[in-house]
Ligand binder design. Structure first.
Ligand code: MEV
Length: 311
């Protein structure tokens, strides 16, 4: 019995604009993990996927070319890539990544499942092969993904990401401490990405300008992260990025309120992270602020918070 895992991800700057070719900065968030255990099954029983928490039980065959279920699709992609029939195997999923929480839960579950299945078939997929297969599952989840989620989750490294280019890592000049906040509202990235697309198509000049502004801000954020000073300035960029995401219609009253609480309690800056309209947020803080800020955020309706260090 082997356990394979993949972490959640956090977007620090640049979500949504990254779909349009602007850069974005993201990091793995290893406190939250998807795990898949592979156990041999009796001969003739075929390939099953079980969800430990929710009673999920799926049987994988190669009959249906493009199933609606992302887990079956992920398993089929591995079988096709390796030219194999479904083995007699049980894959059991466990994940503490909130679904619809902006943490890349779908990509993490796919990556862990694909690792477990390919290893059980005697051919653990390389990072590059895995990244491209997880991207295909992401397309099923949300239409036109930029590829940032699968890249961070598969390589488990912070990235400065531009769609269609090899991901770059970046230097962190001085450790940064973020409070990661689950807003408690689950939201669909597919819907928020489509909402931004509709706005952009209707008024390219206006929304294209907002998207370019986000891109410029991400480039400045990278410089500040690399020089490792000026936390106030980096926090201001987070606040500005949040305001631009609001202008793209992907914030919500609840997310705006949680950001306001974080700033009022002394965070350097706060923004939504990921698809928006729910999901997660991040606040840049001094670590000793975490207990007080967490309590205030939970009082304002946040579901959970965690401290994340980027060094
Ligand atoms: C979702 O984590 C990030 C978005 O920019 C979508 C994408 O890049 O595919 C909203």
């Amino acid at each position: 019995m082997h356990v394979y895992s993949a972490p959640a991800k956090i977007i620090l700057f640049g979500e949504h604009a990254v779909v349009y070719g602007e850069p974005a900065i993201a990091a793995p968030f290893k406190t939250l993990q998807a795990q898949v255990t592979a156990t041999p099954a009796p001969p003739g029983s075929g390939l099953s996927i079980l969800g430990a928490a929710d009673g999920l039980a799926l049987h994988v065959s190669l009959a249906n070319d493009r199933p609606d279920n992302a887990l079956i699709y992920a398993a089929q992609l591995v079988l096709r890539a390796l030219g194999k029939q479904p083995p007699d195997l049980t894959l059991e999923l466990r994940s503490n990544i909130p679904i619809g929480g902006g943490f890349g839960s779908g990509a993490a579950v796919s990556a862990a499942l694909m690792r477990a299945l390919s290893a059980a078939l005697g051919n653990l997929l390389s990072g590059e092969a895995l990244n491209s297969l997880v991207y295909q599952v992401e397309q099923l989840h949300h239409g036109t993904p930029s590829g940032i989620d699968n890249t961070v989750i598969v390589y488990e490294q912070p990235v400065y990401f531009v769609r269609g280019r090899a991901p770059e890592t970046f230097k962190v000049g001085a450790p940064l401490h973020f409070l990661v906040i689950d807003s408690g509202v689950s939201a669909s990235t597919r819907e928020t990405v489509s909402a931004v697309r509709r706005l952009y198509t209707a008024d390219q000049a206006r929304y294209g300008a907002i998207i370019s502004e986000i891109g410029a801000l991400v480039r400045s954020a990278r410089q500040l992260i690399e020089t490792g000073s000026q936390l106030e300035a980096l926090g201001e960029l987070m606040n500005a990025n949040h305001a631009l995401l609001r202008a793209l219609s992907v914030s919500s009253t609840h997310l705006d309120q949680l950001c306001a609480v974080a700033r009022a309690q002394g965070a350097y800056g706060a923004k939504l992270s990921g698809g928006g309209r729910g999901g997660s947020l991040i606040a840049l803080i001094e670590p000793d602020l975490a207990p007080r800020l967490s309590a205030a955020l939970r009082q304002a309706g946040a579901a959970q918070t965690w401290l994340m260090h980027l060094a």
